[in-house]
Design a protein around this ligand. Structure first.
Ligand code: SOE
Length: 387
């Protein structure tokens, strides 16, 4: 069966997922056949150009025409358009992948998760960092008890693209469209990794900060005056958290961390050992065990490391875009086996205890609850339980 995929959004994430689908037949021959069937957007000219470049057969300017005629719907638009098209697709019985965070507010995320529950088809929240081989390797170490009882999780995600006050305003600076700033855009990834590797977040004490309150709008103000628009989201956040099992955690993200481009780093300390990971060196995992006096740097590129046998010989390193290939492979395979009612061999790499694909909309909702609790804690100035 060839899966016809409809994709809403053709910029950054559209390119990342289209590239991933294009790589599948070459590197994951066991993946289902996939057709990049239809690309959805509003600007017809830009859409036609993108469809051509990204290898889509058709274009559509209205997602309503698409959601029930494809085998999978990818919602890669800004956060405020995640809910309605995704819910419509689920009501039509179409599996959905949504970019992260799942929605721009908790209410929308709850409605999306409820629609997923009713539809009973695979869903995905696109937390692509779960698909880094070194992160999978770390998960295996933790599950095998190599780090012992976990005491600490520390995660920070630093970028610097807004440190210039003249950097243009975009939807990512709008509460209405994005929900939050560094918190939802970057923090969502870190919180998902904490849940994936260690456990659920139970309570938080958060702090959110906006450093620049308005920004110039690109292409506006033809009369010589620069038009500006208000920034209504955080530029940075930090939070203390308690995870299940009495694990102490700290989370932090910023778009003002001068010198850091896409620096997502985590550290975990347990009774028997520790590990460190940094996205800017994503082929490596630093591990300390037992009485070691220092960390060993493991190059996670051996054939038996997660996903690696699909690519190159040891040491022929992978990059950021490969995480999308792994994610698409897992999600599309889950759709294919759900459609043919064939259980996947071992449930696939991503299957949780429930045998389903993860991270799904429920995982997206769980992260959204933490984002909302951090915002509430910042407003109230006190610890908030995650409901
Ligand atoms: C921009 O801040 C961004 O592209 C995020 O939206 C992504 O989720 C992250 O992976 C990299 O940074």
């Amino acid at each position: 069966m060839t899966l016809k995929v409809g994709v809403l959004g053709y910029r950054f994430m559209g390119k990342a997922h289209a590239n991933a689908m294009a790589r599948l037949p070459m590197f994951f021959p066991e993946a289902p056949d996939v057709e990049r069937h239809v690309l959805v957007g509003r600007d017809e000219e830009a859409l036609a150009d993108a469809a051509d470049r990204l290898g889509f057969e058709n274009t559509a300017t209205d997602w309503e025409d698409v959601v029930d005629e494809v085998d999978a719907f990818y919602n890669l638009g800004p956060n405020h358009v995640h809910a309605e098209p995704s819910i419509a697709a689920l009501e039509a019985g179409t599996p959905v992948l949504s970019e992260k965070p799942l929605a721009n507010d908790l209410d929308s995320a709850e409605r999306m998760a409820a629609a997923a529950e009713d539809a009973g088809v695979p869903t995905a929240t696109a937390f692509n960092y779960r698909f880094v081989p070194a992160i999978r390797y770390a998960k295996n170490l933790i599950e095998d008890g190599e780090l012992g009882e976990i005491h600490h999780f520390r995660g920070r995600y630093l970028q610097d693209w807004l440190v210039d006050p003249e950097a243009p305003w975009s939807w990512r600076n709008s509460e209405e469209m994005a929900g939050s700033g560094a918190l939802g855009d970057l923090g969502a990834h870190t919180i998902d990794l904490a849940r994936f590797l260690v456990g659920d977040v139970e309570r938080v004490s958060g702090h959110c900060q906006t450093f620049v309150d308005e920004r110039p709008v690109e292409g506006e103000g033809g009369d010589g005056e620069t038009e500006t628009r208000e920034v209504t989201v955080d530029d940075a956040y930090s939070a203390q958290a308690e995870l299940e099992g009495d694990v102490m955690a700290t989370f932090e993200a910023s778009r003002f961390a001068n010198g850091h481009k896409n620096d997502h780093a985590i550290e975990i300390h347990g009774s028997e050992g520790s590990l460190k990971f940094s996205l800017e060196r994503l082929n490596e995992l630093e591990v300390l065990r037992g009485d070691d006096r220092g960390y060993e740097t493991i190059l996670v590129t051996d054939a038996d490391d997660p996903y690696v046998e699909h690519w190159w010989p040891p040491g022929h390193v992978l990059g950021w875009e490969h995480t999308f290939v792994h994610e698409n492979y897992e999600f599309l395979s889950a759709i294919d086996s759900a459609a043919s009612e064939t259980p996947r061999d071992g449930g696939g790499e991503t299957a949780g205890a429930d045998g389903e694909y993860h991270p799904d909309f429920h995982d997206g909702l769980a992260v959204q609850r933490v984002l909302a609790a951090i915002q509430e804690s910042d407003e109230r100035g006190e610890w908030v339980s995650v409901k």
